[in-house]
Design a protein around this ligand. Structure first.
Ligand code: UN1
Length: 522
């Protein structure tokens, strides 16, 4: 495996990257903004954010107390009473400018994402592009928020369905897509007439502060000035405050299945709504007739891309027996060429994990897999000598009855299984609690269609000759079963951010009742 050393001029780079957003290495920054301004008097316990490539502190962040969070919700709630009255295409115009704001700062933002999250620059650029794309989609959507007319059974009656803004949307987002996934929510929620209170991951606070700065630049002095708030919090108290707040009718949450359970229970108590995108345990199936070159590239991107820290990362590889040995040889050969190192370096394909606890999850996960009978075929080392949170990608020969294969271990580890048939492969694909993404590689039309049929993949995303990660924003994104059932981004996901109203209008002089009921009153 090739490796690149962290460049010695890193400090200069760090200063440059942070400087683009008016921040300085090791300084204190504010992670709380509402009412159109940052609040330096925020009184939550401060958090540190670290450079995952070196383990050094990048900055100290002032966070929100539960009181600050309540204030942010109050502001967002007041802003909602005005924002909902702004015509939707005008709301779209603000989102267009927001998208342009991200477009203008794409490179600065991508470098910050790469620095603080650890994903490689190309993927970080892709992430910023994903935000720009969803803003573009939302602008068009702002002229397409339509209901339908339904034929009424009553004479001189009209039955219509319409969509209204919902209220304050709480967005709880994870470190791994610190901009794109919350961006799916903001862009749509804002054109739908909602206002935002965003609680990002405390592992990537600087990225969210930079995004909030762009929001302020774009909205200052406009009717949108107060629609977007930021509440970074250290522990779970801010998330819980949002979950408990009756003024927040919808929470969009991304994270583990355990987080999803907490969100669901809390919201069920107050009949709040949730859009959940939780754990994945995504499989790629390679049939014997597949184009193996294509499959190999997709599998390596799916397992090693973002250092295995996407919800959509490929965690299970299901090989049809006749090609299994050959495919494994190619896979191991490809892994040997993966450059692990500074994510800001153009030659790197795999950066560090996000934190020390992610390294521990990797190490503990590997140990447990081996204890349950897994055989390590490749990798498995923590690259402790480099500083930072670097590990090798790992390949594990596993058996489907190992209980750990049913869990999402958020690290660059892939289980490999062998199967005889497509039917067996589909059964393995569907045998886990999660149901986010899946991909089948085949050149056989019947196999591809079987895979996409109702007896095929049970996931929210089912691909043919494409890997599990890297979805476009045009489709609805999300998954079934323990993944939470939510849908974000494209298609008709916008409906999740609005309330539906069914209206009956009687333009006659009689009052016929539905279902032929008679109720004569003089
Ligand atoms: C996630 O990992 O939470 O499909 C989202 C993908 C990206 C989004 C991933 N467009 O891999």
């Amino acid at each position: 495996m090739m490796s690149t050393k962290i460049a010695s001029d890193r400090k200069i780079r760090v200063d440059e990257i942070l400087g683009a957003f008016g921040m300085k290495a090791s300084a204190t920054v504010t992670g709380v903004a509402y009412g159109g301004a940052f609040h330096d008097d925020a009184s939550g316990a401060p958090v540190e954010t670290r450079d995952p490539s070196t383990g050094e502190v990048l900055a100290h962040v002032r966070t929100a107390s539960t009181n600050d969070c309540r204030r942010a919700v109050t502001e967002a709630h007041e802003a909602f009473s005005r924002w909902r009255l702004v015509p939707a295409p005008h709301r779209g115009e603000i989102v267009r400018r927001l998208g342009d704001g991200f477009r203008a700062r794409k490179e600065d933002l991508a470098r910050l994402v790469s620095l603080e999250n650890g994903k490689i620059l190309s993927e970080a650029r892709g992430e910023v592009q994903e935000v720009i794309d969803i803003c573009d989609l939302a602008v068009g959507q702002s002229r397409q928020l339509f209901g339908r007319e339904i034929a009424s059974e009553r004479r001189d009656h009209r039955l219509v369905e319409q969509w209204h803004p919902l209220g304050v949307v709480g967005i709880i987002s994870a470190f791994n897509f610190p901009l794109a996934v919350p961006g799916w929510g903001w862009a749509l929620a804002l054109v739908c007439g909602d206002t935002i209170v965003w609680k990002p991951s405390s592992l990537t606070p600087l990225i969210s502060i930079a995004a909030q700065q762009i929001v302020h630049e774009v909205t200052a002095g406009t009717e949108a000035e107060r629609i977007f708030s930021l509440v970074i919090g250290g522990g779970s108290s801010i998330g819980e405050a949002l979950l408990a707040d009756e003024r927040v009718p919808l929470i969009q949450a991304t994270g583990s299945c355990a987080l999803g359970e907490r969100v669901s229970v809390a919201l069920a108590k107050r009949s709040g709504r949730a859009i959940l995108e939780l754990g994945g345990n995504n499989a790629v199936i390679v049939l014997a007739d597949a184009d193996l070159k294509l499959a190999l590239r997709a599998v390596v991107f799916g397992t090693v891309g973002t250092a295995g820290q996407r919800c959509t990362s490929t965690r299970r590889l299901i090989l049809q027996r006749p090609i299994a040995k050959r495919f494994m040889e190619h896979l191991v050969a490809a892994y040997k060429t993966i450059g692990i190192g500074d994510p800001l370096d153009d030659t790197t394909l795999m950066g560090p994990l996000v934190s020390q606890s992610a390294v521990e999850e990797y190490r503990d996960g590997l140990a447990e897999m081996q204890r349950q009978g897994g055989r390590l075929v490749y990798g498995g080392n923590v690259l402790a000598d480099r500083g930072g949170y670097f590990v090798e990608p790992a390949i594990m020969r596993s058996t489907v009855d190992m209980p750990i294969c049913k869990e999402e271990v958020f690290a660059p580890i892939v289980h490999v299984f062998e199967v005889d048939s497509l039917a067996e492969a589909i059964a393995v694909n569907n045998s886990v609690p999660q149901g986010l993404s899946s991909g089948l590689f085949t050149t056989n039309l019947a196999a591809a269609e079987r895979w996409l049929s109702s007896a095929g993949s049970d996931c929210g995303i089912a691909n043919v000759n494409a890997g599990t990660s890297g979805a476009e924003i045009g489709g609805a994104f999300g998954g079934e079963k323990a993944t939470g059932g939510g849908r974000q981004a494209g298609s008709d996901a916008w409906k999740g951010y609005m309330r539906r109203q069914t209206c009956t209008i009687n333009y006659g002089s009689e009052l016929p009742l539905a279902q032929g009921v008679t109720f004569p009153v003089d």
